[in-house]
Every structure is written in structure tokens, then in C-alpha cells.
Design a protein around this ligand. Structure first.
Ligand code: HEM
Ligand code: CU
Length: 584
């Protein structure tokens, strides 16, 4: 409570004076969010271009001979790493975490604004280090995004010199940035909620971001130590991860290290990472669905507990990525079981999203379209995950295109769907402008149908046994010729999806430049971020007085009420509504 008393008194919160303090060295969470967001989208575009190049090679192997096998491996690696860490993690937590936390819990800013600023600039440094690896001799590393030793640091792997070093350093710097931001998010959510904003009244976006951040703070250290240890293996020729190796007939200096140890450390981070991306997406999609279906979220408490339980379980499933590493079958049984258990809270969430839509007053807005797109792609990717979670099914499918199809559906396309839903949903709040709806819908339909055209056939290629990370299929006995025409088709669809993203970028730029203002709270949302005195909110967010929270964030279409939503700061005397967040 101490924080709130102080925050109430401070009228002008050390307002930034100059352009530089306002937009560059800014400590305002909203500006930092937009800095994080634009940087992430920018590197995301780099990763998108890389995937386009890979697809050109796969679809038309004889035409694009500047993409040689080495370049292909480098593109795969950089594409995967950028997408997972530098785009999705940074945009969901650095971008949306920063933007939404203070506004949704009724705070003026993060509790450590300076650290928050430092977090962004450190993230930018990590991005620059990573991008620099495109320009060093030998180019970026081609070790695959999983960076498995021994091959990651041995001669013969593309980028085995400066490339892998820059990748490891960049990851370490990224984790420092994440930790600064993450401590901030957790402390802010625990300490700076406004009066009446109990934990069980927080919007699910905040729950998702909160639990994901805790996962990050516990999981990233595993990657940090493995990056540092591998760096030492590379630079000082220690043998943390390096067994005795004979290379070109000669015994190398390495001896006694364990490559499998690296796999354990990597996936101890890598699996929770899936949920670091998924949980904020789960939270945000819940809020968007509820607002645009004009209905309270179905089973709020169940949704909160599902997020917490999924977060907890995500730490005991990591070795399902290692069924082919030669591990003890007893471990395989254990990890298959825990993996399947995670499906239970996850399925509950899917049911609850569908039940939220059930008999809702569904508005087919652009954010709603993307949210429904998420339910489809996530369910789809989740179902193939159930198969891959079983040892006997995973063994033949491991390292085939079935896996590529699975993880793109579940953690590539589906969080991107939520990101678009969220960007379109909160764009009027952040910019004060409304986007062009026709362009938005075009963007959705091409992206949604296009991604199906890209990834559905990949499942089939996987059944055929087409291996992952191969730059060309060549001729084999078991892969029929028709697979090549399928590959060409996939490439054409992927190029169309890639270009469809121009609709999004043009839409954002044109809408930002247009002089037409959006009306305030255009979606008639009940949560606090839309109730600021101005839209977009000013520095300090709330003018002179912090808002008070009197109810949960989902009072839509409450029976007997005139308005079809009751904002969280409406007092109970004025309207009845549903203060305790149980379903009506
Ligand atoms: C239009 C969008 C995308 C296309 C066309 C695309 C295409 C590709 C291709 C061709 C590969 C290489 C497959 C192989 O040779 O094994 C790949 C790998 C990968 N992609 Fe994507 N991708 C897209 C979006 C994404 C997104 C949004 C993510 C975010 C999670 C992502 C994550 C990955 C990962 C982790 C790998 C594996 C890298 C590795 O094996 O080291 N991709 N993608
Ligand atoms: Cu996993």
C-alpha cells in the first residue's frame, strides 16, 4: 500500500523534458514497450526473409544456387533463434509486458523505470551482436537453433569461428536484458497494483505475463550457464560439453565432457521457453476473445490455475525433446507421462475459449478473427504434440518435417496470431488512431489460409520421412517425386504469406500518419487500460488520481444493466455486476 499512497501524491512524475529523454532514453514503460516492439518486429522481418530464402531453395533447388548448403544451415539457425528469442519473447514480454502491466493493474509505471530502460538498451545490444554475425568472416553459426555440441563449435560447421561466439555472447546479453525486465515485471505486479486490484481481479493477460516471466527467470539461467560454458569450451578449449573426439584422423584436445549435459541444460530452458511464449499469448487471447464476444471469460479461476499449473509442469517435461539421445527408457516413460499430463490444463483452456464464444455476441472484428485463428492453429499444433510426446511415435518422426510442421503450428503461427490480434486490439489505445479494417481482414485471411497451405502438407512430408534441416532432398528410394511438387507448392504459399505481411506494415504506417482519431475505448472494453483520462495515456498514465478497482475485468452483458459493459473502476453502488469474478 505504501507505493499507492506515494503514487497518489505525485502529480507530475518527473516528466521528460526533451525529445531525447522522451523518446530515446525514455523511462516511460509505454515508450520502452514500443521500442522493444519495433526492434522485435524489425529482427522478425530479417527472420522472415531468411525463411523465404530457405523456402526458395527447398521449392526450386536448381534455380537459386546462391543458397549453398552452408548458407542454408546458417539461415535455419538464425531464423529459428531470432523467431523464438529475439522476436516472440521480446515482443510478448518486452513489448506487451511493458505496455500492459502498469496500465492494466492501475500503476503509473514500472517500479524500476531506470532498470526498465536499461533492459531495452541491453536487448538492443544483444540484437546488434547477433546481426553482426552476418558480417564477420565465416558468417553466422549454422549449428541449428539448438546449438548442440560437439558440432556447434567444431571446424566444418558453418560459422564455427566468430559466428558461434557472437551467438553465445548475444544470448548471454539477451538474458541479462530479460532478467532486468523480468524482475521489474514481477515486482510491479506484486507491489504496484492499485486499490482493489486483487490478484484474482487481474486480467488474464497479466496472469499470463506474470507466470511467463517467472518461468523465464527460472529457465534462462540454464541457457546462460550453457552459453558461457560452451563459450569457454570454444575459446579456452575446456571440455564441459566436449567428449574425446577424433577429427580428420587426429585426436583433439577435448576429453571427458558431456554433450548430453548440454542437451539437458538447453531443454531445461527450451521447453519452458515454449510456455514463456505461450502463456502471455494465452492470457492476451482470453482478454481479446472476451471483449469481442461481449461475454465474460468462461471459468476465470480455472484459467488462472491452468496458467499456473502449466507453468509448473513445464519444468518437468524437457527431455521429451531428447527421446533419440539414447536415454534410459524409464526416463522416456516418465517424460512422456508428464508431457501428456500438461495436455489436461491446456485442453481446459481451449474448452474455455470456445465456451466463452458460445452464445456470445461475437463481433467479427480483426482482433477477433486473429483470436479464432489462434484457437485453430494452437489446437492443431497441440494435437500433433500429443503424438510426438509418446516415445514410440516420436522415434520415427524425430528430425522429420512432421516436427517442423508441429512446432511451427503450435509455437510459430499460433503466438503470431495472438500477437496480431493484440496489436490490432491495443493499437487504438497506444496510438489514438484506428487501423484500416479492410486491410486488416485481408491480412488475416491470407495469413491464416496461407499458413495452413504451408504447414498442412509438411505433416505428410514428415510421414514420408523427409528430414529436417536438409538443404535439398536429392533422390532417394523412399521419398516419391511428388514430394518435390509439394515442396514447390509450399514455397509459393510461404512467399504469399510473407508478402501479405506488407498489408500489416502498410496499415500501421498509414493509420499512424492519418489525422483521423479513434474514439476513446472503441471496443468498449472493461479493463483498466482503456479507462485512462486520455487516449493514448499520458506519462504517469492516470492524471492526478490512481483508479480504484471494484470488480473483475469481464463484466460484459451483465443481466439487468443498461450498458453492455461495466469498467473495472465502476463502484459497486452504481451497478451490481459481478465483483468477485465468478461466472454468472
Ligand atoms: C512464414 C513463416 C515461416 C516460414 C515460411 C518458416 C520456414 C522455416 C523453414 C523453411 C525452416 C527450416 C526447416 C528445415 O530445413 O529443417 C524453419 C525452421 C524453424 N523455424 Fe520457421 N518459418 C516461419 C515462421 C517461424 C516462426 C514464427 C517461428 C517461431 C517460433 C519459427 C521457428 C522456427 C524454428 C525454431 C526452426 C528450427 C530451426 C532449426 O532447426 O534449427 N518459424 N522455418
Ligand atoms: Cu517441449
Amino acid at each position: 500500500m505504501a507505493y499507492i499512497a506515494i503514487a497518489d501524491q505525485v502529480e507530475e512524475l518527473h516528466d521528460p523534458k526533451s525529445f531525447i529523454t522522451k523518446y530515446i532514453w525514455s523511462q516511460d514503460h509505454k515508450v520502452i514497450a514500443i521500442q522493444y516492439g519495433t526492434t522485435a518486429v524489425f529482427v522478425g522481418l530479417v527472420a522472415l526473409v531468411l525463411s523465404g530464402l530457405m523456402r526458395l531453395q527447398l521449392g526450386f533447388p536448381d534455380t537459386f544456387d546462391f543458397i549453398n548448403p552452408n548458407a542454408y544451415l546458417q539461415f535455419v539457425t538464425m531464423h529459428g533463434m531470432i523467431m523464438v528469442i529475439y522476436l516472440l519473447t521480446a515482443l510478448l514480454l518486452g513489448g506487451f509486458g511493458n505496455y500492459l502491466i502498469p496500465l492494466m493493474i492501475g500503476a503509473r509505471d514500472m517500479v524500476f523505470p531506470f532498470l526498465n530502460m536499461l533492459s531495452y538498451w541491453t536487448y538492443l545490444l544483444a540484437v546488434i551482436i547477433l546481426m553482426a554475425s552476418f558480417f564477420v568472416p565465416g558468417g553466422p553459426t549454422g549449428a541449428g537453433w539448438t546449438l548442440y555440441p560437439p558440432q556447434a563449435i567444431l571446424e566444418g560447421t558453418p560459422g564455427d569461428d566468430a559466428g558461434i561466439i557472437l551467438m553465445l555472447v548475444s544470448l548471454a546479453v539477451f538474458i541479462v536484458a530479460f532478467t532486468m525486465g523480468g524482475l521489474n515485471y514481477v515486482t510491479t505486479i506484486l507491489q504496484a497494483r492499485t486499490r482493489g486490484m486483487t490478484l484474482m481481479r487481474m486480467p488474464l493477460s497479466i496472469w499470463g505475463i506474470f507466470v511467463a516471466t517467472i518461468l523465464g527467470l527460472l529457465a534462462f539461467p540454464a541457457l546462460l550457464v550453457s552459453a558461457i560454458m560452451m563459450l569457454i569450451d570454444k575459446v579456452l578449449a575446456t571440455s564441459f560439453f566436449m567428449p574425446a573426439i577424433v577429427s580428420l584422423g587426429e585426436q583433439m584436445d577435448y576429453n571427458g565432457g558431456s554433450p548430453i549435459l548440454f542437451q539437458h541444460l538447453f531443454w531445461f530452458f527450451g521447453h519452458p521457453e515454449v510456455y514463456i511464449v505461450a502463456l502471455p499469448a494465452f492470457g492476451m487471447v482470453s482478454d481479446v476473445l472476451s471483449v469481442h464476444a461481449r461475454k465474460s471469460i468462461f471459468g476465470y479461476r480455472m484459467m488462472v490455475w491452468a496458467i499456473v499449473i502449466i507453468g509448473g509442469l513445464s519444468f518437468i517435461v524437457w527431455a521429451h525433446h531428447m527421446y533419440v539421445s539414447g536415454m534410459n527408457p524409464v526416463f522416456g516413460f516418465f517424460f512422456a507421462t508428464t508431457t501428456l499430463i500438461i495436455a489436461v490444463p491446456t485442453a481446459i483452456k481451449v474448452y474455455n475459449w470456445v465456451l466463452t464464444l458460445w452464445r456470445g455476441n461475437i463481433q467479427m472484428t480483426v482482433p477477433m478473427l486473429f483470436s479464432i485463428g489462434f484457437i485453430f492453429t494452437f489446437t492443431h499444433g497441440g494435437l500433433t504434440g500429443l503424438f510426438l510426446g509418446n516415445v514410440v511415435i516420436d522415434l520415427p518422426l524425430s528430425d522429420t518435417y512432421f516436427v517442423v510442421a508441429h512446432f511451427h503450428m503450435v509455437m510459430g503461427v499460433s503466438p503470431i496470431m495472438v500477437l496480431f490480434a493484440a496489436i490490432y486490439h491495443w493499437f487504438p489505445l497506444a496510438s489514438g488512431k484506428m487501423f484500416n479494417v479492410t486491410l486488416g481482414k485481408l491480412h488475416f485471411w491470407i495469413t491464416f489460409l496461407g499458413t495452413y497451405a504451408v504447414y498442412l502438407p509438411m505433416h505428410y512430408l514428415g510421414f514420408l520421412g523427409v528430414p529436417r534441416r536438409y538443404y535439398a532432398m536429392g533422390t532417394t528410394d523412399f521419398i516419391p517425386e511428388s514430394a518435390q511438387s509439394l515442396n514447390a507448392g509450399i514455397t509459393i504459399a510461404a512467399i504469399i504469406v510473407g508478402f501479405a505481411q506488407l498489408f500489416f506494415i502498410i496499415n500501421i504506417i498509414v493509420s499512424l500518419r492519418s489525422s483521423k482519431k479513434s474514439e476513446k475505448n472503441p471496443w468498449k472494453a472493461a479493463s483498466l487500460e482503456w479507462q485512462t483520462p486520455e487516449m493514448p495515456p499520458k506519462h504517469g498514465n492516470w492524471g492526478k488520481q490512481l483508479p480504484e478497482c471494484h470488480r473483475w475485468a469481464y463484466d460484459y452483458a451483465v443481466p439487468g444493466e443498461e450498458s453492455d459493459f461495466i469498467s473495472q473502476d465502476t463502484s459497486l453502488e452504481k451497478t451490481k455486476g459481478n465483483p468477485e469474478g465468478e461466472n454468472l
